[in-house]
Design a protein around this ligand. Sequence first.
Ligand code: C2E
Ligand code: MG
Ligand code: MG
Length: 510
Amino acid sequence: MQAMIDANQIYIKGSLPHAWLGVPFGEPPLYGVVVVQSYSEHLSFSEKDEQLLCFVARHIRNAIERMQAKSDLRFLALHDPLTKLANRSLFNDRVNHALNLCKRDKNRKIALLFLDLDKFKQVNDNYGHHIGDLLLIEVAKTLKQSIRACDTLSRLGGDEFAVLLEDIGSIDAAQTVADKIIRALQAPFMLEKIQILTSTSIGIAFHDQSENNIESFIICADEAMYQAKQQGRNRAVVHKGIEQSQRISANTLEKEAIKGLLHRQFFFVFQPVINLASGKIIGAEALVRWQHPSMGTLLPKAFLNDMQHNGSVVQLDVYTVDLAIQHLKKWQAALPQQFQLSVNISALGFGSLTLLEAIQRHFDRDSKLFCHLSLETTEESIVRGVDITRAQMNIFSKMGLHLALDDFGTGYSSLSYLGQFKFDHIKIDRSFINEHYLSAEQSVILESISSLARSLSIETVAEGIETEHQLALMQQLKCTKGQGFYICEPLDELTFLAMLRDDKNLLLIN
Ligand code: C2E
Ligand code: MG
Ligand code: MG
């Protein structure tokens, strides 16, 4: 030390100690030395002093470790361990705080963005959870760069993130941030030499002094995010208030829907299907409704997507087949010979063993009404599993059930499916015919579908006929059956049954 002092490498303020004793403690990054110094020439340190200092150093180390563990725990309680972002609990707290500030200062505006990565499950399935985790970490970094330091970014769980934008001027400003995020996440990520492409769907809720509480504010953003998914993903949707409030939060829905099925809260309305030449009712489509205990009657768009999401739609399919058979039994005496009741079956349910077994049980008990039952499903069933769908369809056909391909024209619309899969009906989606004037190309496509179906002995049903013009067009194309608001809206059971018994020509009523 004296040499360093002599070389002016260190300066001593005051005098140098006569003796000193030091005990190191800890390990990097938390370590140090406890030192005592003596300035008296008569006092030097003994072995006992050293022991005492070791004891003190150990206590200091323990105290620091305890503080560190406490602060780690506090961090873990409030942050997501993978991305180190705020977790749901911290996020909710920040949103609550921001809402309280808004109550005091009426000029303050805040917005919530709810983000869900599109097709994240596929990344996990294709490349494993390790790459999935790396993607979440990189997404978190990208999101951080797209927002201001004062905004709160959170990972709510899985592939869901949320941003609280404080003091945001307008909905447009929130939309600009969302657009920036969407663009930033479109750039490919390189993860361990694998290029991953992702995108996100964003729901935006804007707080504008209406009596928002935290729950409704969060539900609004969540609903808008689902809307963004439904509209084709990779986009942001601003919550429009009441219009979307029929959708129930996905978290509570799963439990409620299962309870609803147990308590038989789902029921049918029936939309007549007529013979387009005679105008007579030759069948009906059973359309499910949920008599929700607190929200009233819900349409499928309010719950079907979530039920598909969490898989409970398969139970709904089993339920609706069961319900349809109950109705057919009740109506038996009034049923015309060719009458068919169509039930919609989800793509998930159509290929499932659960539905097959349920139908098999009905078949074993009593199959004589099966000729009046038709199962409608969409091309999504085929795409989910070509071989399974073909095998299931063969079994269903052998049992005497009719099969219909629903919403033809909205999905893949592959004409080759018509040859490969034995559908008895195809239902031409209303989007095909709902334009005022069909383009020449659309007319040609419709004509070819109709004539191909005829040559394969498949009947065509026109869905969603809303005008006289559309009705005439479908008759001209020799489409055999039709349904739609112009002919008749979906009806409750008693009204439908009365109409069926009357056997009127529905085309003359209009
Ligand atoms: P979908 O099978 O294509 O059913 C036709 C939908 O169009 C029904 O809506 C019906 O009310 C509506 N509709 C009928 N005529 C017209 C018209 O002229 N114009 C317009 N704009 N719409 C018309 P809904 O009842 O809301 O059902 C929507 C979808 O929900 C159905 O589409 C079907 O995919 C699904 N769905 C309905 N019931 C069930 C069910 O019991 N189980 C399952 N898994 N899905 C169901
Ligand atoms: Mg249908
Ligand atoms: Mg349809």
